[in-house]
Design a binder for this molecule. Sequence first.
Ligand code: PNS
Length: 166
Amino acid sequence: MSVIAIYPGSFDPLTNGHVDIIQRGAHLFDRIVVAMLVNMDKSPLFTVAERVDLAREVFRDHANVEVDTFDGLLVDYAERRGAGVIMRGLRAISDFEYEMQMALMNRHLNPDVETVFMMPAEPYTYVSSRLVKEVVALGGSVHGLVPAIVERRLREKKLARETLRA
Ligand code: PNS
């Protein structure tokens, strides 16, 4: 029986920490579905379509990695996709409380879907989408922390915003 794992998140933008977790998952599971939440509370830097395009580009040579979007309850999406696993990355203790609450809430909602946590490689333990956006907005470099194409798009977004403001 093939095991499908959902890797859900905002991915605004995809970082090398996310890429690392997806690659680890792609070795463990038959199929990884990178699932981007459509209706986020936060106002994103990249539109869903832009985030999907970026992730598809990064994983275009990975036959068992798919990029999709979802809305509503994650466990309902997992069921629709026939996925028995939700995959999440854990970087530090500070991630733990939020992740445990989500995992247990999802288990309450659907005990048949198991959440699996994975740790990224050490160089990415401090990398977050939020900090990446902040550093780029303030003129710093995120080279090596995000895929090259994400780095380029971040630069383009910054230029476009500066041009709008000028
Ligand atoms: O990358 P993020 O923003 O930490 O991802 C959070 C995400 C998308 C995994 C989470 O917000 C989510 O699963 N939302 C879907 C709504 C849902 O199912 N909520 C109840 C269970 S916690």
